[in-house]
Design a binder for this molecule. Structure first.
Ligand SMILES: [Zn+2]
Length: 272
């Protein structure tokens, strides 16, 4: 009996804290709830919240804005197409870049930044952070930030762990290193080689104010992301008609996208 009461009390605490968390503003980590497994994610998120590492963000009652995000680039094939579409519609988005891709395609990264989009960190070569040593996670993130900074002179503060895979240790590491962890609400499943209408349906069927949408701007075989590209203008037009505006993740959540740079003079002074 005592055990049952304890379990009930514990569950109530979890539920209560979970719902109050929905109204709390974030300090360091954002965990958006994907639409495919709400229950599991909610419980997982509540656990993270209980250990003080995650703040859930609920912008359902906020303005009609959403953030389009594109992972795994920059590449030479799909990323320029995404950029062309955004340039045509004058939409700004967030690109979570893979360090290795930045190394091979620096001019595409330059174009992303030049055209007013925001760059985030998506690891060096896309491992599952829960399956490699913590030191390797640190290296994956910092090496990517170094590479991005080398090319465009800004050092990202937003990290999207590959596959959205994290555990307590990974979250602690990211928080300790002053990174914001950004997941997503709406998965387009575009990497599966879906058609344009299928990708559009996956996104438009789940849009709510404040949603973060996941698409890809690189990867797969030659035609894998064609559906995603076909869907993008349609998604932008339909949502614009519904009076949605498009924001970057950092603007929508009022986060600093990049680290403040210390000027060389300051560095020298500090070194003395
Ligand atoms: Zn990815």
């Amino acid at each position: 009996m005592k055990i049952i009461i304890t379990i009930i009390l514990y569950s109530l605490t979890v539920v209560k804290k979970f719902f109050s968390a929905l109204h709390t503003h974030a300090e360091s980590v954002f965990l958006a709830l994907p639409n495919d497994s709400p229950v599991i994610l909610c419980i997982k998120a509540a656990e993270y919240w209980l250990i003080g590492r995650v703040t859930l963000v609920n912008k359902l009652n906020g303005p009609k804005e959403i953030a389009l995000t594109f992972d795994d680039g920059p590449d030479q094939l799909w990323t320029p197409r995404v950029l062309d579409i955004f340039a045509h519609y004058q939409v700004k988005a967030t690109f979570f870049c893979v360090g290795q891709m930045v190394k091979y395609n620096p001019t595409i990264l330059e174009r992303i930044v030049k055209e007013g989009h925001i760059v985030g960190n998506h690891s060096w070569d896309h491992p599952d952070f829960t399956k490699i040593p913590l030191l390797a996670v640190h290296e994956q993130v910092e090496r990517t930030s170094d590479q991005i900074e080398k090319v465009v002179g800004v050092r990202p503060r937003m990290v999207r762990p590959p596959y959205g895979a994290v555990n307590e240790e990974v979250i602690q590491l990211l928080v300790a290193s002053d990174y914001e962890m950004i997941l997503w609400d709406i998965d387009s499943w575009d990497w599966k080689g879906l058609t344009g209408p299928q990708v559009a349906r996956n996104i438009l069927g789940h849009v709510t104010p404040g949603a973060v949408v996941l698409q890809h701007s690189a990867g797969g075989t030659k035609d894998t992301l064609k559906g995603s590209m076909d869907a993008l203008p349609y998604i932008i037009e339909v949502l614009s008609e519904q009076k949605y505006t498009f924001s970057t993740v950092s603007a929508m959540f009022q986060l600093a996208a990049y680290r403040e740079r210390t000027c060389p003079v300051e560095k020298r002074r500090r070194g003395r």
